[in-house]
Design a protein around this ligand. Structure first.
Ligand code: DAH
Length: 330
């Protein structure tokens, strides 16, 4: 290859280098022991005097140009790496995660439960017909058993529609006194502004001798005021659940209007927060407890609903969209 061609080839090769490593390859190719320039320089001795002078000068010039070219490209590449690694740039901000609003409310509920001496229990989300319904005194024709409301796995297995079956499981294994709360996911075939197919409940169960409805009302008042604020009023209304007798529902006074009535409380001044009652004798019978000796109370609340009421959220589906613009507000 003549000197002009070699120079052209070098300029072309140099233009394609992208790293210091590429440059090292080029240096070996053009200036190394196996390079054409090296061997040409070594064989200069075979030429006659005039030729040697001309050829020697040209080769040395080429070598000088190649060295200069490598050096300036090395500088160029270093400059580029500098712009990628700009040490004067502000550091990347680490976003700190935080607890989901539903988790926050659960933790508040656990705190209140703890001060009242309750411990935490749990149970399976895939539940048998017996535990989810039958043992809770929910006869076969009860509307909640309709396939419209429940997700059936097979004829006798459902995704639990409530945390109440854990009452049965717990009472089978433990003797009174019993004092538990049961957090957990529950499932129903519902999907609108105020219902998602999966939602969260907190169940409560207390079984002992000499337990009365007055004890239940006291405990529920502590929970309601603990979650919504000591200034809120609590009231109880008679209701019906198959697994409690008598049954009640609890309301807190509306925090937005102070009980006067507004859109949020549908102009009633009250917000319904939970269902409760005295454990039905049939339920105690189903776990082999002597219902003449023992009584108990139970309650169940929708934690998503309570979180919505507490933070004035009107669409429950937002809890599960994972939109940070929503979640970061709590
Ligand atoms: N399990 C009921 C439901 O899902 C809520 C409930 C009401 C639970 C009364 C209870 C209770 O333990 O005593 O609607």
């Amino acid at each position: 290859m003549n000197i002009q061609d070699m120079k052209k080839q070098f300029v072309k090769d140099l233009g394609q280098t992208g790293s210091q490593k590429d440059l090292e390859v080029l240096r070996v190719k053009y200036l190394g022991k196996k390079s054409e320039i090296y061997s040409s320089l070594r064989s200069l001795g075979q030429l006659d005097h005039e030729e040697r002078k001309v050829m020697g000068a040209a080769l040395n010039q080429l070598r000088g140009e190649i060295e200069a070219g490598l050096k300036s490209q090395e500088y160029e590449l270093a400059q580029k790496e500098q712009t990628v690694l700009d040490f004067s740039e502000p550091g990347k901000k680490f976003e700190i995660g935080h607890k989901h609003p539903i988790t926050q409310v659960y933790e508040e509920l656990f705190e209140i439960a703890k001060t009242l001496g309750f411990s935490i229990a749990d149970g399976p989300e895939v539940e048998s017909d017996w535990y989810n319904f039958e043992a809770l005194n929910m006869p076969k024709d009860h509307p909640a058993r309709d396939t419209q409301d429940s997700f059936y796995i097979d004829e006798s297995t459902v995704l639990r529609t409530q945390t109440s079956p854990v009452q049965i499981r717990y009472m089978e294994k433990h003797k009174p006194p019993i004092r538990i709360v049961v957090p957990g996911r529950t499932y129903r075939r519902d999907n609108d502004m105020t219902h998602t197919p999966m939602f969260h409940q907190l169940e409560g169960l207390l079984v002992d001798d000499r337990v009365t409805l007055a004890d239940l009302k006291g405990v529920l008042t502590v929970f309601a005021k603990g979650i919504f604020g000591q200034d809120r009023k609590v009231r109880f209304r008679p209701h019906h659940f198959p697994f409690t007798e008598p049954s009640i529902e609890a309301d807190v006074s509306c925090g937005l209007c102070g009980g006067k009535g507004c859109r949020s409380c549908k102009y009633s001044g009250w917000l319904e927060i939970l269902g409760a009652g005295m454990v039905h004798p049939n339920v105690l019978k189903n776990v082999g407890l002597d219902f003449k000796k023992y009584q108990g109370f139970a309650f169940g609340m929708g934690v998503d609903r309570i979180t919505m009421l507490k933070f004035d959220i009107d669409d429950t589906r937002m809890f599960f969209d994972n939109d940070l613009r929503f979640l970061e507000q709590f």
